[in-house]
Design a protein around this ligand. Structure first.
Ligand code: NDP
Length: 338
């Protein structure tokens, strides 16, 4: 069996996470028992929710135990199998974590899924045609539920979740407007993803200024907002919300280090009769097949062209993860191992 390099959570962050919170180790891979397969990971997924899991207290995911492999999504190839349904060479998606190989009990529900790479590249199963894509689908379709002609705004618009939100909104005849950090990200959002407009929030010092820019991008106001960041962006959107606007509360990355991110205008929820609903994608497994089907078609037909930031090698995972929390990624953040 191959030697396996792994990244463990060594200690919990105080405030901002740092590279010292992680530890790299090399271990022996145990021999397979009946029902198990050995997977060689080609890509690891790095996701903002991992920051919440690094804390002791309850976040929207359970805490990551200390001295154990950082949990996370992976795609790779079966290299050895003692399970009748899997053979060497099969491409699979699972939750292998920050390590080069994993031994998987393949009968465990949700542990492993074969994926078809004929029309969709393997890495996209961690992004647009994976958990982030389904997250976009759930918040947009089930919470915002835009009608044709309505305006949907999404923050972190160039990211794994945000990019899919806009394309799904356009497919429903809505006006899609992104909020993203920097001119390159905004250009990608409009030119490659086909959003109607994108506002660079980094050009604005406060919510009032950002809100003026949103007024130009959303001349008919905002009917749906897909929230990924919180803070000033949320305040600016609230100021432009129409009556009966819906907000899908997906992520609040601006507050993941524990800092307070107060909402400036909660009274607008009342005066605009708004509905704000938080959700966790893993609690809605019933929508995954329908969502993955639509997302697979959008990617396969080139209507959704996801962008990826790819760090090379396991050692690069901690820095790439810290960069993701600061917006240094451009699109889905991955680590390439093979
Ligand atoms: P992204 O690919 O969008 O990467 C994160 C992006 O957030 C960065 O690129 C950056 O974009 C933006 N960002 C980072 N820090 C800040 C900050 N302080 N203020 C404002 N923006 C910031 O990540 P994902 O697409 O994977 O995730 C998007 C959101 O969805 C996250 O909040 C995540 O936690 C949430 N999520 C929730 C799920 C659920 O079930 N509820 C499931 C999956 C994801 P920019 O440069 O444009 O600012």
């Amino acid at each position: 069996m191959p030697m396996n390099r792994q990244i463990l959570l060594d200690n919990r962050p105080q405030g901002e996470a740092t590279a010292d919170n992680f530890r790299l180790v090399t271990t022996e891979t145990p021999a397979l028992r009946d029902g198990q397969v050995l997977v060689r990971h080609h890509y690891l997924s790095l996701d903002p929710y991992m920051r919440g899991r690094m804390n002791e207290g309850k976040s929207y995911a359970q805490p990551q135990p200390l001295d154990q492999v950082m949990l996370g999504g992976t795609v790779g190839e079966v290299v050895e199998s003692r399970h009748p349904k899997y053979a060497p060479g099969d491409k699979v998606q699972g939750m292998g974590g920050w390590q080069e190989y994993s031994v998987v009990d393949a009968d465990q529900p949700g542990a492993l899924r074969k994926v078809d790479t004929t029309h969709v590249p393997l890495s996209h199963y961690l992004g647009a045609v994976g958990m982030p894509g389904v997250t976009a689908w759930y918040g947009l379709v089930k919470i915002i539920a835009p009608k044709a002609g309505q305006t949907v705004v999404v923050s972190a618009a160039s990211g794994a979740v945000g990019s899919a939100v806009g394309v799904l909104a356009k497919a429903r005849g809505a006006r899609a407007v992104g909020v993203a950090g920097g001119p390159d990200k905004c250009r990608y959002v409009t030119d490659e993803l086909g959003f109607d407009a994108c506002v660079d929030y980094k050009q604005h010092k406060d919510a009032n200024s950002l809100s003026k820019a949103l007024k130009e991008a959303c001349p008919d106001g905002i009917d749906g907002y897909f929230e990924n960041v919180g803070g000033m962006v949320l305040d600016a959107v609230m100021l432009r919300a129409n009556a009966f606007a819906r907000i899908a509360m997906c992520g609040m990355i601006a507050g993941y280090n524990g800092e307070p991110i107060p909402m400036a205008y909660p009274q607008l929820i009342l005066t605009n009769r708004m509905r704000i609903e938080g959700f966790i994608v893993s609690e809605h497994m019933e929508v995954w097949p329908e969502a993955l089907n639509e997302l697979g078609v959008l990617v396969g037909t080139g209507k959704l062209r996801p962008r990826e930031s790819v760090a090379q090698g396991l050692d690069a995972a901690p820095e790439a993860f810290l960069g993701l929390l600061k917006g240094r990624n451009f699109g889905k953040q991955l680590v390439k191992l093979v």
